[in-house]
Ligand binder design. Sequence first.
Ligand SMILES: [Zn+2]
Ligand SMILES: [Zn+2]
Length: 161
Amino acid sequence: MPKGIKGFQKGNKIRLGTTQSEKSNRNRSKTLKGNTHGFQIGQPSVFKGKKRENLRGKNHWNWKNGSSAEAKVFKSRIEYKLWRESVFARDNWTCQKCGKRGGIEIHPHHIRNFAECLELRTSIENGITFCKKCHDLFHKKYGKKNNTREQLEKFLQQNNQ
Ligand SMILES: [Zn+2]
Ligand SMILES: [Zn+2]
């Protein structure tokens, strides 16, 4: 009994296997023929897809290159603008040297040197409002490098001279 069952099962499996592979082979050749035909028809769409990809790639490349540099500049501009406006607002748009307000060109001055104190660029504590005239005067006296709070305090003490 077990032998007979085994034989029957084996035979069944083999028969099923051959018929399935034969069928799938025929189907494969059919689908291949269908594919070549379909590919020719579908070619324009493939071409369109490539075109789109190229455009996307170019756009992406430009966008990526532009953004990393421009975003930094944009961010620092925004930060600088905010810093500047905050300093002006705190000082009530008044020159801290001569006390003039309105009808003057006001400048934000970095108390500690701008280039050397990167982390202080956007610190309101590191900013002071000067009119153009006083700002020019400060930098004529103390130069534009290595500016310190001590220089500023001296400069302000000479107020109303
Ligand atoms: Zn300055
Ligand atoms: Zn002034």
